[in-house]
Design a protein around this ligand. Sequence first.
Ligand code: SF4
Length: 265
Amino acid sequence: MREIKQEAKKRTFLGLLLAVLLFFMVAAVYLLLFARDPLAPFSRSVMLVVTATILFCAVLFLCGLLLAILSIMQNRTFQRLGWLTGKTLFLLYPLVVHSGRLLHIAQEKIQHSFIAVNNRLVATRPQKTAAKDVLLLLPHCLQNDSCDYKITRDPANCRRCGKCQVPDLLDLARHKEVALEIVSGGTLARQAIAKHRPRAIVAVACERDLSSGILDSFPLPVYGVVNERPQGPCTNTRVDMALLEETLDSILQIRKGESQQNVVF
Ligand code: SF4
């Protein structure tokens, strides 16, 4: 059931990306075929170079999109062409969001879809990551808003009073032997990444922060887990602990005495 929902989510971003590329290709072909005659020879040459470049880039990005779709469908990575898939998704992300706005598709829905696509592509990478190279990055809005203890500086300051999920998250990180940081924004997140220098990140946040974090960190793989917001944004948020544990298990190397779980995003 989770897989079916994720497939539907991925279609929003991939469909919009395809629409953007087709628009540029059709526009470039139209300009090449029909809009050159009235121009002076010099302008015509410039126009030809510009439209040919746009057409070339659009075809290249279309190949990147097709590779992304093939990766998702076949659950495999095209090692040597992975850069093209990444560049296609990350360079065209702003255009996809803008085109979605024109079509009155909620930005949050597009970001959620982008995170699902990103997670699936990252999950197709065959190599697993050692626990010491994984960083679990959490937003401070998971902390109960009446709590006086500063856990962004040191998560161990949590007194485990049970008002929020922070103790469960600390236990999960300790059990999986991964580093954990609780951050209050992009600057602290970047500092945490510079401090731990991870090879993979599992991040919990809202759609907007996860999308920008994934884009900022590229090509470092970031697995995004969207938080739950029962009291609205940025206040007493929660995370699906089972999903978070599944996500960690899916990227961690199997330790002695453990069996790998089969996980879908
Ligand atoms: S569980 Fe920890 S972080 Fe959460 S409210 Fe209690 S002391 Fe604060």
